[in-house]
Design a protein around this ligand. Structure first.
Ligand SMILES: Nc1ncnc2c1ncn2[C@@H]1O[C@H](COP(=O)(O)OP(=O)(O)OP(=O)(O)O)[C@@H](O)[C@H]1O
Ligand SMILES: [Mg+2]
Length: 468
């Protein structure tokens, strides 16, 4: 439970300070210590957010107390209380890291302002720390697996551009590895020790996205009780990964363009420009060219983001990578769940290679995870059949989701729903073309612009037959 009142420890042999503050500043909880030793103890036991420390005390002086507190792994902020003529001590205490000093006799209002200012700083720093540790936790570097020709090209481009300041736009279907590529670009750049900050533009409500990215000033809107740093400030000197950039509202696109061009922006409700040094990487699986035509996406921003474009091919177009990926995930989950890491047999691998993976690498990863956890690779067949079928449409005409139908796997997961729609659409188009060509598979493959072999696999996986 967070404390309701901020706890302040007063270390002062003069009880009047305590009495005065306690009586006039009810929004704080004041506790006291009469001398340095007791004070140091109470810092540990009572965990105050802030310490008011008298410089002159009998026994241990305020400066000595401060030196001792500095030896602790963490200490609260310290405000020194000094009398007139203590200038030398004041200088020393600032050198020792005191946040402020107050001269006796003081005005209560003055104390209140100092306390609030320091606490605000403490809060901002702790928010920053939280963000940074979240960022570090996300970092856990993942191997980027794939040896097929398209993936070799992707890797070559990553190597060429990672350590440049170029803005990279990563495109590809859902689950193809866009995020893992963005992280690799960061890890291979000279910014690797600095934050990698990810913002998913589609996941944050559009009204909040501006404040999230650029921060806000106190009073900028209802509820903005204090100033807040935006993600761009957190990402300073590091990399900002703007995921699902195609979903960024038009109003914010011009502000982003300004960051790209001038490396500066204004917080919501602010007037001053804030400068940042951030490298930007974006990803999307939307058709940005179409969005530009529909005036949903600014073309000037598109050209600016698009200094380098990396296309990640869908998994079905690089099935050679499937055995490698499957082995990689099998090892990863065997380690994680302390299971045996026995290799998948040939038939299972062939089945995996034939499947069309509408959910791409993510779907493969999930499947292998289930195989490892359940310790039975036979379930691959089961899982693939279920994935291929989805709730199988009754005929080729049933294209749309039936709004009355319960959601797939009782989930509203957009990815799963879209994967199902993609599979249905794929099945529908193939069936239509097969009908049109009188089941001439070569002609159908030409029209579909896929290889003859992959058409045969799809016919099998989708269970298509001439009676449909
Ligand atoms: N080449 C790869 N090697 C190893 N793991 C991969 C590879 N590609 C993708 N993955 C794994 O697959 C999962 C999905 O990848 P990622 O999140 O990068 O996809 P995405 O393209 O960002 O998808 P979405 O558009 O749905 O956000 C992740 O767990 C990722 O680690
Ligand atoms: Mg992603």
């Amino acid at each position: 439970m967070p404390r309701i009142k901020t706890r302040v420890l007063i270390i002062d042999d003069d009880p009047k300070v305590h009495e005065l503050l306690q009586a006039t500043l009810p929004s704080f909880e004041f506790i006291t210590a009469q001398n340095g030793i007791e004070g140091i103890q109470k810092v540990t036991t009572d965990k105050p957010e802030l310490v008011l420390l008298d410089i002159k005390m009998p026994g241990m002086s305020g400066l000595e107390v401060l030196e001792k507190l500095n030896k602790q792994p963490q200490r609260p902020e310290v405000v020194m209380i000094s009398g007139h003529g203590d200038t030398d001590y004041v200088v020393q205490s600032i050198k020792l890291g005191a946040a402020e000093f107050i001269t006796k006799p003081f005005q209560v209002k003055e104390v209140e302002i100092h306390l609030n200012k320091i606490l605000e700083g403490v809060r901002l720093r702790s928010e920053n720390r939280e963000l940074k540790s979240e960022v570090a936790a996300q970092k856990g570097f993942t191997a980027f697996v794939g040896d097929s020709a398209p993936m070799q090209r992707v890797k070559a481009i990553i190597d060429q551009v990672a350590d440049s300041e170029l803005t990279v736009l990563i495109r590809g279907e859902s689950g193809t590895g866009k995020e893992i590529v963005a992280r690799s670009l960061h890890e291979l750049s000279r910014r690797r020790e600095k934050p990698f900050v990810k913002v998913n533009c589609a996941a944050i409500p559009r009204d909040l996205l501006e404040a999230e990215l650029f921060g806000y000033e106190k009073g900028a809107f209802t509820g903005a009780h204090k100033q807040k740093q935006g993600r761009f400030e957190v990402a300073d000197k590091g990399t900002m990964f703007l995921d699902e950039i195609g979903d960024m509202p038009l109003e914010l696109q011009s502000k982003l363009l300004q960051v790209l061009e001038q490396q500066e922006f204004v917080r919501v409700g602010g007037v001053n420009n804030i400068s940042v040094d951030v490298r930007i990487i974006c990803a999307t699986n939307r058709n940005l060219e179409a969005a530009i035509k529909e005036q949903q996406f600014r073309d000037d921003l598109f050209y600016r983001l698009n200094e380098i474009t990396l296309f990640l091919p869908p998994l079905r177009d690089r099935s050679e990578d499937i055995p490698l990926l499957a082995a990689h995930f099998a090892e990863k989950y065997a380690r994680q769940y302390e299971k045996d890491d026995s290799p998948l047999d040939k038939q299972t691998l062939e089945r995996l290679m034939r499947f069309h993976w509408p959910g791409n690498v993510r779907q493969l990863e999930n499947m292998i995870k289930q195989v490892v956890v359940r310790g039975d690779e036979q379930i691959v067949n089961e899982l693939i059949s279920a994935a291929a079928a989805g709730p199988r449409p009754t005929g080729i005409a049933s294209l749309e989701d039936d709004p009355n139908e319960p959601p797939l796997d009782n989930t509203y997961s957009l990815k799963k729903r879209i994967a199902r729609m993609t599979a249905r659409e794929e099945r529908r188009v193939i069936a239509e073309v097969l009908q049109k060509t009188n089941w001439n598979r070569r002609k159908a493959a030409d029209l579909l612009e896929i290889s003859y072999r992959s058409l045969l696999y799809k016919i099998k996986d989708y269970d298509l037959n001439a009676t449909e």
